[in-house]
Design a protein around this ligand. Structure first.
Ligand SMILES: [Zn+2]
Length: 266
């Protein structure tokens, strides 16, 4: 076998090892944490005027993934009374609508507390229980158990992480121990909400996210999981961000589709 043909074979082997995604696949998995928040999803004319996130995603043909909080998926829950506008839709109704629109629901725990301190105070079993309770609440809506877990603030003790992985969860992470393509991009969108958004990425939330994507592209990574929150300020920048990413050749997929293409998960 000549030098050239062996080089071709090595190259082919490398391509196969790289997984199913071809080098031309530029993928984005848009994800939104902390909901369902009906006033963000369906918009309002009151305190936080703006288009509903569901409408924005639908009109752009984008399927996204929602990391929802279990306690919201209980009957007659409208959200946090002080901070969230009541638009007459319960969180549970909102979750059912998300499913009907073809969006994916994944686990962001039931109580949404920081799990390292929770484990210190209440033990590992409580942490596992809170994750599973969140999953159960989702299963009651979708009919299937969620597969992905994003711990609040990406914080989880190692023993709980191992045990949850053994149970079949895949954990979303920002840890550098994972390949770049499987590390969340932290959009920092929560710093752009509220009365004093001085910590918001400069020059803008969209600009900050694009900058992070460009950094990863420099490492040859063209697939990205973007971590946002259900916030009206975030919903407001989505049309601009989606348009910009489409112009750069990106395609939007749900998280399971992303994992199937990028990590070769079935
Ligand atoms: Zn959260």
């Amino acid at each position: 076998m000549g030098m050239r043909s062996s080089k071709v074979i090595i190259l082919l082997a490398l391509l196969l090892a790289a997984g199913v995604a071809s080098s031309t696949d530029k993928l984005i998995a848009l994800t939104f944490d902390d909901g369902p928040r009906p006033y963000v999803l369906f918009g309002s004319k009151g305190e936080h005027p703006g288009p509903g996130l569901v409408n924005v995603l639908d009109s752009n043909g984008v399927k996204a993934t929602f990391f929802v909080v279990g306690w919201r998926l209980t009957p007659k829950t409208w959200g946090e009374r002080r901070a969230e506008e009541n638009v007459g839709i319960t969180c549970l109704d909102a979750a059912e609508q998300l499913v009907r629109h073809g969006f994916e629901l994944e686990d962001h725990t039931y109580s949404h507390v920081e799990l390292r301190s929770a484990e210190r105070k209440k033990g590992e079993q409580w942490v596992l229980g809170d994750v599973n309770r969140g999953a159960e609440a989702i299963r009651a809506v979708t009919g299937t158990a969620p597969r992905y877990l994003r711990p609040p603030d990406w914080i989880i003790p190692d023993d709980a992480r191992h045990d949850l992985e053994r149970q079949g969860y895949q954990l979303l992470t920002i840890s550098s121990e994972n390949p770049i393509a499987l590390r969340d991009i932290n959009s920092l969108d929560y710093l752009c909400a509220g009365r004093n958004p001085s910590g918001c990425p400069k020059p803008s939330l969209t600009g900050g996210v694009l900058k992070q994507i460009e950094q990863r592209e420099k490492h040859g990574v063209y697939t990205h999981i973007l971590a946002f929150h259900e916030l009206s300020t975030t919903a407001a920048v989505m049309p601009e961000l989606i348009t910009e990413l489409k112009a750069r050749g990106y395609r939007f997929v749900t998280l399971s589709e992303y994992m199937r293409l990028v990590a070769g998960k079935k």
